[in-house]
Design a protein around this ligand. Structure first.
Ligand code: EPZ
Length: 424
């Protein structure tokens, strides 16, 4: 296994290009199963997770060719096969093939994902939604075996919680159903809008993009299309906070400022200078002013509230402030795995249930140490703290990072950081 070595205390200066969104690429790659032909997806990041889902649709009969950040996926010969536990346990988003397989083949058997570091992660809303469309689901030996009797029928699905992949799975099941489906209390994340655009490019009739009520008028068939993956708002937010934490001045290009309303607001409230343009964001924080960072409270919410996927990163930034703040995690039940590791770098954090109180120590408060990555976003939080800390930090188990951040080492070194990988 590899570890990441970071020499902290260096300012970050310059410009980097943001990649396509991991959490848009995964559902959009799954959506190619819906229609035979050669689909073209542009701005697709090359990540561990995108390689995993491409392997998965390959097992279902698809062939894929990558040309730079463009993927050509031929899904003419999709055939039924089970999706194994071995695959699903490495990436729970594999459950996203359920909807398109039910729509195209009428049957899908996928291992239940099981939990992960941040929570139990059930898929009961997905299953209940499919049953509303006339699907019969049985759970046996850790698998969900879903099959439709006859055609999928439109229906009304109400989500108890606006589940992101639950909304995506039901969208993909409903586009070929007979009649109209209405998803209520649906998730509104930009990645859902990207999927809706792709489905409509393929000939679907989906209304309600960006709202919590999505109406899908089923059609008889769909055809392959060309769609661009939106920029990764979580990668964008992660680098904004890395630059603010390390100190410096940089511009992120190829991003979508409109997808980060809550974060930009909180960064400005904390005293970080942020300037936005149509497809770029500039951020600056003089090193000798980082102690002027204010402690700012956040509470994670569904979009457009503060994203849970940027909670760990904000906590790292707040450890450098000269104030106190409360960070509340309302989406997942165990998303403070980064706290113990941040403490090893000198952070002062107290947790109580789903709340964490951070007492900022100013930039002098963090010193390099050996720490361990536990999940994707926790590991990016450790990178941010390490960039600000004095001395050397070693982060082990960095396969977590490689799931969601394309060319992280090159991008950081391109801004003047000193980061490299070594074998553990
Ligand atoms: C998506 O996960 C993202 N993953 C997650 O990003 C993100 O943290 C999450 O949405 C919330 O924004 C992808 O898009 C691939 P949910 P998802 O269903 O869809 C509960 C990352 O770091 N729930 O919106 O699995 C669930 O336990 C990853 O890139 C049920 O109870 O999240 C959670 O508490 C991490 N039953 C809440 O709802 C269900 O059937 C929200 O989960 C489904 C969800």
């Amino acid at each position: 296994m590899e570890k990441l070595i970071i020499e902290g205390g260096r300012e970050l200066v310059g410009s980097i290009q943001i990649s396509g969104a991991k959490n848009a690429a995964l559902p959009l790659i799954a959506a190619t199963l819906l229609a035979p032909g050669i689909h073209e997806l542009t701005n697709v990041p090359d990540l561990r997770d995108t390689r995993t889902i491409l392997a998965l649709i390959g097992e279902l009969g698809c062939t894929c060719r990558r040309q730079g950040s463009t993927l050509y996926i031929d899904s003419s010969d999709v055939a039924y096969s089970e999706v194994s536990y071995d695959l699903v346990k490495t990436m729970r988003a594999s459950v996203l093939v359920l909807g398109p397989l039910l729509a195209r083949l009428g049957r899908a058997k996928v291992s239940l994902p099981g939990g992960c570091a941040i929570g139990e992660r059930p898929i009961n809303f997905h299953i209940r939604g499919f049953e509303r469309l006339g699907v019969h689901c049985t759970l046996e030996q850790g698998y969900v075996d879903a099959r439709r009797e006859g055609e999928l029928k439109g229906g009304t699905v109400h989500f108890d919680i606006p589940s992101v992949t639950g909304t995506e799975n039901l969208l993909m099941a409903a586009v070929l159903a007979r009649g109209t489906t209405v998803l209520k209390n649906a998730a509104r994340e930009p990645e859902i809008g990207n999927l809706i655009d792709m489905l409509n490019n393929m000939g679907a009739e989906v209304e309600g993009k960006g709202t919590d009520q999505i109406t899908i008028h089923g059609v008889d068939k769909l055809s392959a299309a060309k769609t661009a993956i939106i920029p990764d708002r979580i990668e964008t937010g992660t680098y904004l906070m890395a630059i603010a934490a390390a100190g410096g001045q940089a511009t992120l290009t190829g991003c979508e400022p409109g997808h980060l309303p809550a974060l930009l607001d909180k960064l400005m409230e904390a005293g970080v200078e942020v300037k936005t343009a149509e497809n770029s964001i500039s951020v600056s924080m003089a090193s000798n002013r980082r102690q002027a960072l204010k402690g700012v409270d956040i509470k994670t919410m569904v979009y457009p509230g503060y994203p849970t996927d940027l909670q760990a990163q904000f906590m790292a930034l707040m450890t450098l402030s000269s104030g106190i703040c409360v960070i509340k995690e309302t989406i997942f039940e165990n998303r403070f795995m980064h706290v113990a590791e941040l403490r090893r770098l000198g952070a002062q954090i107290q947790t109580e249930g789903n709340s964490a109180v951070v007492t900022g120590r100013g930039p002098e408060g963090l010193n390099g140490a050996r720490v361990m990555a536990t999940d994707l976003r926790a590991s990016s939080s450790l990178v941010i703290a390490a960039l600000a800390a004095a001395g050397r930090t070693e982060i082990s188990r960095i396969y977590h990072l490689e799931r969601g951040y394309e060319n992280l080492v090159d991008k950081l070194n391109g801004l003047g950081a000193k980061v490299w990988k070594e074998n553990e």
